[in-house]
Every structure is written in structure tokens, then in C-alpha cells.
Design a protein around this ligand. Structure first.
Ligand code: THU
Length: 137
């Protein structure tokens, strides 16, 4: 993956982060997905007074991408103000394993966006549960 793609996607995640609705945690996160055709779809976390309804930036971006017809993802960038960047939570790893299994995951600290850590979705959720046969026990 060319490094300019990586830098661009991190920049887009950093920009998306500014749209976070995080009045409870004040922890603002931005995410950006890169499709195989080069499109970028981004999102940010949205929190609720009913805490469990909160949705992470990664899932907001993924749901937006999926519901606008995008299917093939090559990378996802996540930016938060956190040393080394924030890692996707377990719920987001599950969704990424299902809908972006071949994607690279780039994470960065908004205060140090030039330092980018790289993972794969597969390594973040080994042995993911991604399919089942309905009706079978
Ligand atoms: N959060 C994300 O949006 N993505 C992550 O990778 C980690 C956590 C959000 C959820 C919640 O709004 C806030 O960060 C604190 O957990």
C-alpha cells in the first residue's frame, strides 16, 4: 500500500474526528474506510445518554459505506487523541471481520498523525465467527 494512501486516509479520519458527538467521554474518534476503487467514506463516534447505544467511529463509517453500496474495503484508518492511537473495540473488530476481512487497519494519535501503526483485520480477530448455517445446531 503506497504510503501516500496511508497518510491521506489518516488525514481523512482526523478530519472526520472533528464531527464526533462525544459529550460523555469527550473521547473523539474518527475513522475512514478506503474502498478498492479508491473512494473514502468516513465517520465519527456518536454517544448517547443511554451509554450502551453509543456507536464507535469505525462502525459509523462502516455502516455509512455499506448502506451507500460500498462492499470492498482495502483499509480503515482510526484517529483518536491517545498515545499510539486507539485500537478498534471488539464489536468493531467483529463487524470489520465480516465486511472488511482483507482490510489493513491504520491507527494514529491525532497529536502525532505521522506515526501510523498497521495491523490486519485478521490479526485483530483471529478465528472470527463470520458465517453459520441457519437452523442448524
Ligand atoms: N470509540 C471509538 O469510536 N472507536 C474506538 O476504536 C474506541 C472507542 C469511542 C466509543 C466512545 O464514544 C468513546 O470512544 C469512549 O469509549
Amino acid at each position: 500500500m503506497p504510503s501516500n494512501n496511508k497518510t491521506t486516509l489518516i488525514q481523512r479520519a482526523a478530519k472526520a474526528r472533528l464531527g464526533a458527538c462525544a459529550p460523555y467521554s469527550q473521547f473523539q474518534v474518527g475513522a475512514a474506510l478506503l474502498t478498492r476503487s479508491g473512494e473514502i467514506i468516513s465517520g465519527a463516534n456518536v454517544e448517547s445518554a443511554s451509554y450502551g447505544l453509543t456507536c464507535c467511529a469505525e462502525r459509523v463509517a462502516l455502516f455509512s459505506a455499506l448502506t451507500s453500496g460500498r462492499r470492498e474495503f482495502v483499509a480503515v484508518a482510526v484517529v483518536a487523541r491517545h498515545p499510539g492511537g486507539a485500537m478498534p473495540c471488539g464489536a468493531c473488530r467483529q463487524l470489520l471481520a465480516e465486511y472488511a476481512p482483507d482490510a489493513l487497519v491504520w491507527v494514529a494519535d491525532s497529536d502525532d498523525p505521522g506515526t501510523i501503526r498497521e495491523f490486519t483485520v485478521r490479526e485483530l480477530l483471529p478465528g472470527a465467527f463470520v458465517t453459520f448455517e441457519p437452523g442448524k445446531e
